[in-house]
Ligand binder design. Structure first.
Ligand code: SF4
Ligand code: SF4
Length: 217
């Protein structure tokens, strides 16, 4: 009886791992099939050629494009640079910076450099979450070109001197970009994408950006 009972327990115990083994195989096959079904759907979908840049790119709202950066709120704490897995954010300052609670603007030392090397950036957004002042964001354009690797380094401090928070593709800087690009450009220049209460006064914003990178006259 004991012996028979013992055999029963051993057989029951051995069925568990075997069952788990086959369950894992089924799960693996099932998930591959689900993935392949989605891939196959796109394989046989009609191909559409988008006449970019004449036609706006069809990007999702959560698309992670070139950053936009609110330099006037940056306290140069390096948290974004430390979080970056490929070390492509370069920050230099003349002294500590602190956000004024009343204005939301950082004051103190100057931002002498805030640059991102887009030859290395993988648009993972890991730099965005740790920012204590929420001044670095993923933007809404994917387009940049250059002849050298150095052309891929965007100096946001230089952009700030021109009142810009995000780099613009060369074709967008022409006199007559397509209508959608003109609208996007205007949104950038009006800081429509900034997520705070400082946006209502564009001139003030430009002044604050200029103050962050150069001493007051
Ligand atoms: S998006 Fe990722 S790779 Fe690019 S700068 Fe931010 S953390 Fe670095
Ligand atoms: S962008 Fe944000 S995390 Fe990076 S240095 Fe400035 S305040 Fe710090």
């Amino acid at each position: 009886m004991n012996s028979a009972n013992g055999n029963f327990v051993a057989a029951g115990a051995s069925r568990g791992p075997v069952r788990a083994y086959f369950r894992d195989i089924w799960k693996t096959v099932h998930t591959i099939l689900v993935g392949m079904r989605i891939s196959l759907k796109y394989c046989f979908a009609k191909t559409i050629t988008l006449q970019y840049p004449d036609v706006a790119p069809a990007l999702q709202p959560r698309y992670r494009g070139f950053h936009f950066f609110e330099i006037e709120k940056c306290i140069a704490c390096d948290m974004c640079a430390k979080a970056c897995p490929v070390d492509c954010i370069y920050i230099e300052k003349t002294g500590p910076r602190k956000v004024d609670k009343n204005t939301g603007i950082a004051t103190g030392g100057l931002m002498t450099r805030y640059a991102i090397d887009y030859a290395k950036c993988m648009f993972c957004a890991l730099c965005v979450d740790p920012c204590p002042t929420e001044c670095i964001h993923m933007g809404n354009l994917h387009d940049m070109s250059g002849y050298t690797r150095d052309d891929m380094i965007v100096e946001f401090t230089d952009l700030a001197k021109e009142g810009l928070q995000t780099p613009q593709p060369l074709w967008m800087q022409s006199e007559k970009p397509p209508a959608w690009a003109q609208q996007r450009k205007a949104e950038w220049e009006q800081y429509k994408h900034s997520r705070d209460q400082l946006t209502s006064d564009v001139n003030r914003r430009r002044e604050e950006m200029a103050k962050a990178v150069a001493p007051e006259a």
